[in-house]
Design a protein around this ligand. Structure first.
Ligand code: C5P
Length: 291
């Protein structure tokens, strides 16, 4: 998340920020909780691409959102996490900011396991907190309220996410990783994937990627459930594995997958190979950030 205030010469008129995609390198689901959530132990990092751009403008009244391209995120302020973030901080905004317009330029696909909506919310919280000097505890409270992934997105550093995701422990041993991320032309609804995980009897994924980042290796326990919710994920994963000759990791509750590669040049070369082989635009060469 970054912010850049722009002045029109007299007074501040716009705040700009960037929301990064979330990459779940490993996701261990510990069990269902009484509140409907699940306890997790996940290793999560932010990636340089895809990302969304956010601009905040003061307006006469109300909180509204415009989205480019059309349809890439909800424009109903009650359903958009970015506008909900503004609303939660509204009591802490000065009286000369009667309303706010959020302009969202989306590149992070939704329903893709990349945490785009949560990242948008975190970016807005961070922009407003910095500009209006809102106390950290107010912002942290708003983040946890907005969603399980928002506290992570607010920090943006490699972290183990515990509890329902809101308890963070720095994962400072994670250096810069190079990745290729691919999103199929269909999404996975997170609540449906968790429900399927319950119905399958709390499975553990047996696809484990050897890694020194996590004891026991990287795995995503939601993968068996995501495959039930979106059976076409199986052929997508196979095609990605064939094009990269690497083991794909399911990101979050899906539908995106990533492979870890050795350097930026390899990431760029593999990303263009995947674009051609899968006839897919939603492919990114990225590096992890915040290490
Ligand atoms: O917290 P958030 O609104 O992002 O979660 C979306 C949905 O994902 C929840 O309503 C719940 O169904 C599921 N979820 C869960 N356990 C978590 C995180 C999310 O069951 N730790």
């Amino acid at each position: 998340m970054s912010t850049m205030p722009t002045s029109n010469g007299r007074r501040l008129t716009v705040l700009r920020g960037r929301s990064l995609a979330k990459i779940t390198l490993s996701l261990h689901v510990l069990g269902a909780r009484a509140d409907g959530y699940h306890d997790l132990d996940a290793l999560t990092v932010a990636a340089s691409d895809p990302y969304d751009d956010i601009a905040l403008y003061r307006q006469a009244h109300g909180t509204t959102v415009s989205v480019t391209p059309k349809g890439a995120a909800p424009t109903n302020a009650a359903n958009n996490l970015a506008t909900r973030a503004v609303e939660l901080l509204r009591p802490h905004l000065p009286s000369d900011v009667p309303g706010m317009r959020v302009r969202l330029t989306k590149r992070i696909p939704i329903g893709a396991g990349l945490g785009g909506g949560s990242s948008n919310a975190a970016t807005v919280l961070g922009m407003l907190a910095k500009h209006y000097r809102i106390p950290k505890r107010v912002v942290a409270h708003a983040a946890a309220k907005l969603g399980s992934d928002v506290p992570f997105a607010l920090g943006g550093r490699p972290a183990f996410m515990r509890g329902r995701g809101e308890r963070l422990e720095p994962a400072s041993h994670v250096g810069v990783l190079h990745l290729v991320i691919a999103t199929p032309p269909f999404g996975c609804a997170t609540p449906a994937v968790y429900r399927a995980w319950d119905e399958l009897g709390a499975p553990r994924s047996d696809r484990v990627l050897d890694s020194d980042l996590v004891v026991g290796g990287l795995r995503n326990d939601l993968e068996p459930a995501a495959l039930v919710v979106a059976p076409e994920l199986a052929s997508f994963r196979e095609a990605l594995a064939a094009a990269t000759q690497l083991p794909p990791i399911l990101l979050g509750s899906g539908s995106s997958y990533a492979v870890i590669v050795e350097d930026a040049d390899t990431a760029a070369a593999i990303a263009s190979r995947v674009r051609a082989a899968l006839r897919l635009d939603a492919v990114w060469a990225a590096a992890t950030v915040g290490s």
